[in-house]
Ligand binder design. Sequence first.
Ligand code: COA
Length: 181
Amino acid sequence: MTELGPVTWPPAPITTERLVLREPEARDRAAFIALLTSPEVHTYLGGPQPRAGLEREVPEIARRRPGLFVIEHDASMIGMVKLDRIDAEGQGHARPETGQAELGYLFLPQAWGHGFGAEACAAALDWFADAFPGEPVVLRTQTANKRSMRLAAKLGFTEVELFEAYGAEQWLGVWPSVAPG
Ligand SMILES: CC(C)(COP(=O)(O)OP(=O)(O)OC[C@H]1O[C@@H](n2cnc3c(N)ncnc32)[C@H](O)[C@@H]1OP(=O)(O)O)[C@@H](O)C(=O)NCCC(=O)NCCS
């Protein structure tokens, strides 16, 4: 993944009804490790990473970069939302073009089922739309990842195509939706 490019960063923390979107801080380290080692979180993302290596490797403050938001609820990190640009390596088998902005999201399982993913991603997309007016965002997710598919639809992503990668059917969506023809 490539960084988003010229943009004022960090913005002031973004607050929504229930959440804060902000840069990573040292106090988030345990939550980052929990996210990366959770088998549930990585069911459709190639499996979790081993904890031992991460305990050594995750820096005190996770790498700060434009478009990477920690999501905080009740003063604790519950997940992350990121906007990056697809690079040649990350393109994989998928169709989106190198350089397109892509949305990704990971929430701790205990934070699922409350609408936090939708609330946080909508705020991150608003931020993106202000920073890069008129630019679309793509999203790739396994079709078997029903929660992620529901979230993509709720956010207003519309299907571009289905494709096979990593031994599974993948969905490519775009936001805002592009009118046919
Ligand atoms: C994808 C993921 C973020 C979806 O989380 P989620 O909590 O299901 O998504 P939402 O934020 O849209 O919440 C929707 C759920 O909250 C419920 N909800 C409860 N209170 C709510 C409220 N106040 N407002 C909105 N929804 C609410 C909805 O009914 C819905 O539940 P349901 O799916 O059981 O019907 C989460 O499953 C995840 O992090 N998965 C692992 C990472 C992953 O696969 N990422 C995709 C890679 S691109």
